[in-house]
Design a protein around this ligand. Structure first.
Ligand SMILES: Nc1ncnc2c1ncn2[C@@H]1O[C@H](COP(=O)(O)OP(=O)(O)OP(=O)(O)O)[C@@H](O)[C@H]1O
Ligand SMILES: [Zn+2]
Length: 625
């Protein structure tokens, strides 16, 4: 091959970084060594799970439990012994991997599965001025895009769509679809055993707007309201959160995680409490409370074992009992080390617990039940990963990486795998990269400003940090200073601003129109945030926009300005790809899909599935000779 000349071979010696050694990553690492890249660094925070083996072909049964990065590096080394491959069993979002770390690479190749890590790598590559190849796959769809500072749009130039969310009151009070019960069951897992998020409360919400009378008072039916609200009757008939202000976890601990008591609380007392909120059931079918004593056998039929079939309620109760006993035991052990459990769809008791609780709740609300397999897909928000799609994506990453390495920037393309062949019979469509969005708050070279609407009297500093800076703006270690008062509001130095975390912003002198300078030293990312006070917003409501004037008109329509901007970008993209190549299907969680990065005002929402940050393991790295 004429292009394999000395100059090119020299370029293959340059160090490159692969982020993620999962479905796409395994294919990619194999391609890279076979193409002749000689200095490869691989980072992945995870260990190998049995469920990875069907498509992550560098891994074998005996590798289950071992770090992905290590096994992938060893397998690659076995394929091409003269390659230098260094692995890191770690999260790329750690402090150790800052701009200087990135600067050593000629190119970075992303094979990730979550937006937080993708945004973080995007910012570091921009900061280090290193080209990045971004990739994503979802079922049969896939795409690859090259990101070069100042030349192409970055991963965050176009806002990405938020993951599908549901109003909190639907989840807590009036579920009507299986997914509502699954989201509830996942939240219940966290309330009992995991990281508690107050937004994910699972007990009945007495403040449901639907249950207010015109004067704004809560409506309770007579018999049950006395039973549940004034404590004249059984203490058990109050929802968990109302019972002597005990949290769900405290209540469970006081009751020794007794499966029967917990069952009766969640599926009988709380449901009765919901029934007492009579307005809710005026036009809905009432739920039917269930008691543990109705399932005395507790055995379930042993024939009902296929994960694809619908199981009886008896069986689910049995599954629930076993799962809760096992999880309570584990939780107890973890608590000794100050740790909590992390929900994982591939962990049997965790998955069984969620499937059982979701199905029992579905039964109560007359919602169709689901098989274990279906609940797993929905709870894990899984679009089945397809090995051949990953293989195509990984191949395209290498093709684009080679162009970048050879400095053939004019040849660089964004590539999409289409669902069906386009009119020209092509399943792979390509397009010239789009230039940077001059208003991008991440990569634009001038003024990076955004407006955040919130209630300065009720929003706490910690909510501002977690929901706005970290979850929405993808910062990792933010520092924030109020430009008017010169006061440090949030510091990335441990402990420095802990005392401020529970204070509302206004208590720190923040006013309508205050400006915050926020920077993340780790991401080399700076942004100015203009705060706009909105009296009607609740404590965790906020809205992010680049144009403060669009708000009123759009808010009335329930359409957010940023959503509209995203939509117009999407249409533009669709127009380009669809009309030219018959595309028009942005890839879920891929590089060009959109995210609405803020909540709608006044509506509490729950995520279907957050890309749960996986537990990171201590850093280990070494070079395989
Ligand atoms: N912050 C991060 N740092 C390093 N690696 C990460 C980070 N976030 C995700 N990854 C890795 O990216 C890879 C993505 O691969 P993939 O999408 O195939 O996911 P998976 O977890 O292997 O599969 P599945 O989710 O289908 O079970 C995973 O191996 C995951 O551990
Ligand atoms: Zn950008």
């Amino acid at each position: 091959m004429t292009w394999r000349n000395a100059d090119f071979l020299q370029k293959l010696q340059k160090p490159i970084l692969v982020v993620g050694a999962g479905g796409i990553g395994c294919e990619l690492i194999k391609n890279l060594v076979l193409t002749g890249f000689k200095n490869i660094h691989v980072i992945d925070l995870d260990t190998i799970d049995v469920s990875n083996l069907n498509r992550q072909f560098l891994f074998r049964k005996e590798h289950v439990g071992k770090p992905k990065a290590q096994v992938a590096a060893e397998a690659a080394k076995a394929l091409c012994p003269d390659v230098n491959i260094k692995f890191y069993h770690d999260s790329i979002m750690k402090e150790d991997y800052g701009v200087e770390f990135f600067q050593q690479f000629a190119i970075v190749l992303n094979a990730l599965d979550n937006k937080a890590a993708r945004s973080h790598v995007n910012r570091l590559c921009l900061g280090a001025v290193v080209p990045l190849v971004e990739s994503g796959s979802s079922g049969y769809l896939g795409q690859v895009a090259v990101i070069m500072k100042g030349k192409t749009e970055c991963y965050e130039c176009v806002p990405k769509p938020a993951q599908k969310t549901f109003p909190g009151c639907t989840i807590r009070n009036t579920p009507s679809e299986p997914i509502h019960c699954i989201v509830w069951a996942k939240s219940l897992f966290n309330q009992l055993f995991g990281e508690v998020d107050p937004d994910d409360d699972v007990s009945p919400d007495p403040n449901d707007e639907e249950n207010q009378n015109p004067k704004g008072n809560t409506v309770m039916s007579k018999s049950s309201s006395t039973a549940s609200m004034d404590g004249n009757n059984s203490e058990n008939s109050k929802p968990v959160s109302e019972t002597e202000k005990l949290s769900t976890r405290q209540w469970a601990a006081v009751n020794n995680y007794d499966p029967e008591k917990l069952f009766n609380k969640l599926f009988f007392d709380d449901i009765n409490y919901l029934l007492s909120m009579s307005n809710l059931w005026k036009e809905r079918r009432k739920p039917t409370p269930l008691q543990w004593s109705q399932f005395l056998s507790g055995e379930g039929s042993s024939r009902e074992s296929s994960v694809n079939t619908l199981w009886s309620l008896d069986k689910w109760c049995n599954v629930y009992e076993k799962a809760i006993q096992e999880l309570a035991k584990r939780f107890d052990e973890s608590a000794k080390e100050n740790r909590v459990l992390t929900w994982d769809k591939d962990d049997e008791p965790s998955m069984n617990f969620v499937a059982a609780c979701a199905n029992i709740r579905s039964h109560i609300f007359h919602i169709p039940e689901k098989s274990l397999f279906d609940v797993k897909s929905m709870a894990g928000n899984i679009v089945p990963a397809i090995a051949t799609t990953n293989a195509c994506v990984a191949g395209m990453i290498v093709v684009e990486a080679l162009k970048v390495i050879r400095e053939e920037f004019d040849k660089v393309r964004s590539i999409y795998i289409l669902r069906q062949p386009n009119p020209r019979g092509k399943i792979l469509a390509d397009d010239e990269p789009v230039g940077p969005n001059p208003h991008c708050y991440v990569c634009s070279s001038h003024k990076r400003e955004i407006f955040v609407r919130l209630n300065i009297h009720t929003m706490l500093v910690k909510t501002f940090e977690s929901k706005i800076l970290k979850q929405s703006l993808n910062m990792v270690a933010p520092d924030v200073i109020d430009l008017f008062t010169n006061r440090i509001i949030i510091s990335s130095e441990e402990g420095e601003t802990d005392a401020l975390m529970d204070k509302p912003l206004a208590e720190l002198g923040v006013k309508n129109g205050s400006q915050f300078d926020c920077d993340d030293y780790l991401q080399k990312f700076e942004i100015r945030i203009m705060l706009l006070h909105h009296e009607e917003f609740k404590s965790d409501d906020f809205e992010i926009t680049t144009d403060p004037h669009v708000h009123t008109a759009k808010a009335e329509n329930g359409v957010h300005p940023e959503a509209e901007i995203a939509e117009s970008h999407r249409k533009e993209e669709e127009h380009k790809n669809g009309n030219k190549e018959g595309n028009g299907q942005p890839v879920e969680d891929g590089v060009l899909s959109m995210e609405i990065i803020e909540k709608s005002p006044g509506l509490k929402r729950k995520a279907v599935d957050t890309n749960d940050e996986k537990e990171t393991s201590p850093k280990r790295s070494r070079i395989i000779e």
